[in-house]
Design a protein around this ligand. Structure first.
Ligand SMILES: Cc1cc2nc3c(=O)[nH]c(=O)nc-3n(C[C@H](O)[C@H](O)[C@H](O)COP(=O)(O)OP(=O)(O)OC[C@H]3O[C@@H](n4cnc5c(N)ncnc54)[C@H](O)[C@@H]3O)c2cc1C
Length: 470
């Protein structure tokens, strides 16, 4: 996919050395939006992607994008403001996030969404609350999972002359006389190449959830027994390359274990619903055990306290994804049921029998929850997102366990997406955006804020590199 080195429009220095204004490493949302933005401003940009296909975690993600969006939210009578999004993001991360970066995230979120829309991407009109998102400001793309972003940005990149080289793993930053001048990389056959970048290099290599050694260095509990929802390329390469030349890192110990994955397959994509409004969790005893609208770290901890760390997501046929007949990962409920990822019961008794939880407990949990919806008050767990009862058959159950999902830590950047050294000074010629960066989400990320971050800071990195910031 993309260009090859045979492309004779590539600017060669020698047989194995290439020239550009900007080299972007990684082809997820952050890399593609940074590259497109730099190219929009006239730069000649090359993207290096180590895998055979572009898209990284972005393409397999749920694609949910948080933004305060007066037009859509007013239509649903939802109060919201940038200040609220800012406060919830900071509080959700235990006030460990960098306030300036968090403000930029929320302030430029809608602008980023509208930039995507202007370039042809389509989102649903209806917003909802993604798991751990805390507030109904989650936007769902029309196309399944994260495919809409990658299609849109790839098309934009190609129209702007960005070269995308797949199968090239960046290994080392070329750091000369206090400035990053390019990157050394290797193709799939092991051949080495140098890519020189006149204006700078942008690291957009994603997080390190799939690097067991690296994640267990920061949290020894996260060994290879714990599955991950990530693609295998999420190995923290950009963080390591940055550290090698003196870049500072922050928040490396904050690793998110929610949303959960399927116990058998380790996959997140087999989930039936992502809308907190419509679901409750019950354990193997058929009992609720947490406020389902809580932060992701709280939910993950609560799961870990259940037997085998397993619980079921329970919802009914009123759920918006069931109603639409398609999940946000582009699967139909029928397909998920047929393959055994989701269990369906025409009655609660049938469902309880199928998932082997005590029927009387399941009924009691749901009746009590429905009463809480009526009263607008959950005396058991203090849930405030009480919108829909679980009452309309058929009913569904989806088994889940915690999984390593997102790494909050990464390279330290400033508001211009410049990578900082240990003294807080920008490293000349080096920029970073997306999950490779730390310090925005603090100790816990709100669901739906990561995709927003990739677009907002990807664009900032693209703007800054062209402006020639040092
Ligand atoms: C299953 C799943 C669902 C998710 N759903 C959501 C959601 O709905 N909403 C939300 O906000 N967040 C979600 N997230 C998190 C979000 O998707 C990611 O944080 C985000 O996509 C990261 O984007 P990125 O561009 O920073 O990195 P990525 O999209 O991961 O892209 C990084 C790319 O860099 C490449 N790369 C790495 N190292 C090198 C190297 N040395 N040389 C060359 N290339 C390299 C990788 O192969 C990869 O293609 C989800 C994550 C997962 C795993």
């Amino acid at each position: 996919m993309g260009s090859t080195l045979e492309d004779d429009t590539l600017k060669k220095k020698t047989e194995d050395q290439y020239l550009s204004d900007v080299v972007v490493i990684g082809s997820g949302n952050a890399g593609l939006s940074a590259a497109a933005t730099a190219a929009e401003k006239g730069a000649y940009v090359i993207i290096l992607e180590k895998r055979k296909n572009i898209g990284g975690n972005t393409i397999i993600s749920g694609g949910v994008y948080n933004a305060v969006d007066p037009k859509r939210q007013q239509y649903q009578n939802i109060f919201d403001s940038k200040e609220l999004h800012f406060g919830q993001t900071l509080k959700g991360g235990d006030f460990k996030g960098d306030q300036e970066l968090v403000w930029i995230l929320v302030d430029r979120a809608l602008e980023g969404l509208q930039w995507l829309e202007k370039n042809g991407m389509k989102f649903q009109e209806h917003v909802f609350t993604i798991v751990g998102g805390i507030w109904p400001r989650s936007h769902q793309p029309i196309e399944p999972a994260g495919t809409g972003y990658i299609k849109t940005l790839k098309r934009l990149c190609f129209s702007l002359g960005v070269r995308i080289l797949t199968g090239y793993r960046a290994e080392k930053l070329l750091y000369r006389k206090g400035r990053v001048m390019g990157v050394r990389c290797r193709d799939l056959q092991g051949k080495e190449f140098l890519f020189w970048a006149k204006k700078g290099v942008i690291l957009a290599t994603g997080g390190f959830s799939a690097n067991v050694q690296m994640r267990s260095r920061y949290n020894p509990l996260l060994n290879d027994i714990i599955p991950t929802t990530n693609q295998p390329g999420a190995t923290g390469d950009g963080i390591l390359m940055g550290m090698e030349i003196g870049a500072a890192v922050t928040g490396m110990e904050y690793i998110q274990l929610n949303p959960y994955c399927e116990p058998k397959t380790g996959r997140l994509q087999t989930i039936l619903t992502g809308a907190v409004e419509h679901l409750i969790y019950v354990n193997n005893e058929g009992n609720r055990f947490v406020d389902e609208g809580e932060r992701r770290d709280v939910i993950a901890d609560a799961f870990l306290r259940q037997k085998n760390a397993t619980a079921y997501l329970i919802n009914d046929s009123q759920d918006e994804f069931v109603q639409k007949g398609i999940t946000h990962f582009g699967k139909t409920p029928e397909e998920l049921i047929k393959k055994g990822h989701v269990i369906k019961g025409d009655t609660l008794e049938e469902l309880a029998n199928k998932i082997r939880v005590p029927f009387e407990n399941l009924i009691r949990s749901i009746e009590k929850y429905n009463k809480s919806v009526e009263l607008g008050y959950d005396s058991d767990f203090g849930r405030t997102l009480l919108k829909y009862k679980i009452e309309r058959p058929p009913f569904y159950a989806c088994p889940r366990v915690p999984a390593v999902h997102y790494t909050m830590g990464g390279l330290k950047i400033n508001t211009k997406a410049q990578v900082l050294d240990g003294k807080g000074k920008p490293i000349s010629g080096l920029f970073a955006a997306g999950e490779v960066v730390g310090g925005i989400h603090g100790a816990n990320r709100l669901g739906g804020n990561a995709i927003t971050e990739t677009i907002v800071f990807g664009r900032i990195a693209g703007e800054s590199v062209v402006r020639g910031l040092d």
